[in-house]
Write a protein that binds this ligand. Structure first.
Ligand SMILES: NC(=O)c1ccc[n+]([C@@H]2O[C@H](COP(=O)([O-])OP(=O)(O)OC[C@H]3O[C@@H](n4cnc5c(N)ncnc54)[C@H](OP(=O)(O)O)[C@@H]3O)[C@@H](O)[C@H]2O)c1
Length: 220
């Protein structure tokens, strides 16, 4: 499958590693340009591209950059993607440590992914946001393994969500349907499921136990 990855840091780099190992055709971009991605390209066989080209022809695009940088993405960044492209958003809002105060989230009460999709102009599927980057490399397991962990996946587009869940299964993780993007506060930072390494039952329970109130440490 042709997959575009926007962001080549902890998460983007490790998804590039695993997805190329599985035989996917991966294009990867960062903010500084493809010439800064030669080591990752040599290691993985991924194609480094300018950010404007990352989505070209892609059936799945992963947006995995710090939340505060989302508005910096060029307009039309998803233009040229394959019809029906699924856009994965791995983002989290860390107002005090990284992102500063984002009014749309704090004042309008948008979920983090709803805010992101408004900037992108395209629906997103929220996944991997509570997954330790290293776990993408170290914790994948075959289907049915007793210690296989599950990831919550939220999104409004059911076809795109199914495509993303199938890819995550291929990557070696179970998934739990966490509802639509308006429900995705259940997997935001500091919720019970955030960073949880458990299977389907544990993740399902943790999603149900989440509180919609944003904790003080995650307010700007
Ligand atoms: N780290 C984790 O374990 C983890 C786990 C789950 C979710 N997340 C979330 O996933 C997102 C990414 O986290 P991360 O830890 O992978 O970040 P990171 O290591 O800081 O890497 C960020 C990447 O985004 C790129 N980038 C920044 N602005 C960009 C722009 N305007 N256009 C294109 N690329 C841009 C950076 O490129 P340059 O270096 O060239 O600027 C860099 O490759 C965050 O929202 C984070 O909260 C992280």
């Amino acid at each position: 499958m042709k997959i575009g990855i926007i962001g080549a840091g902890n998460i983007g780099g490790n998804l590039t590693r695993r997805l190329t190992a599985l035989g996917h055709d991966v294009s990867v971009a960062n903010s500084r340009g493809p010439h800064t991605l030669t080591a990752l390209a040599e290691e993985t066989g991924a194609t480094p591209v300018p950010v404007q080209e990352a989505a070209r022809g892609a059936e799945i695009v992963v947006v995995t950059i710090p939340l505060k940088r989302v508005p910096d993405l060029p307009s039309g960044v998803l233009d040229g993607a394959a019809e029906g492209v699924a856009v994965i958003d791995t983002g989290n809002y860390y107002p005090q440590q990284r992102d500063g105060r984002i009014a749309g989230i704090e004042d309008e009460g948008l979920t983090e992914s709803r805010w992101t999709e408004r900037h992108l102009g395209h629906p997103v599927i929220k996944a991997f946001n509570g997954t330790y980057a290293q776990d993408i490399l170290d914790r994948h397991r075959p289907a049915g393994a007793p210690d296989r962990i599950a990831l919550p996946v939220a999104g409004d587009d059911e076809a795109a969500k199914a495509k993303v869940r199938a890819l995550i299964d291929e990557l070696g993780f179970d998934t739990v349907d966490a509802g639509g993007i308006d429900d995705s506060w259940r997997q935001q930072p500091d919720t019970p499921v955030y960073g949880l390494r458990e299977g389907v039952d544990g993740v399902t329970k943790a999603l149900a136990e989440a509180s919609p109130e944003r904790p003080a440490a995650f307010r700007g």
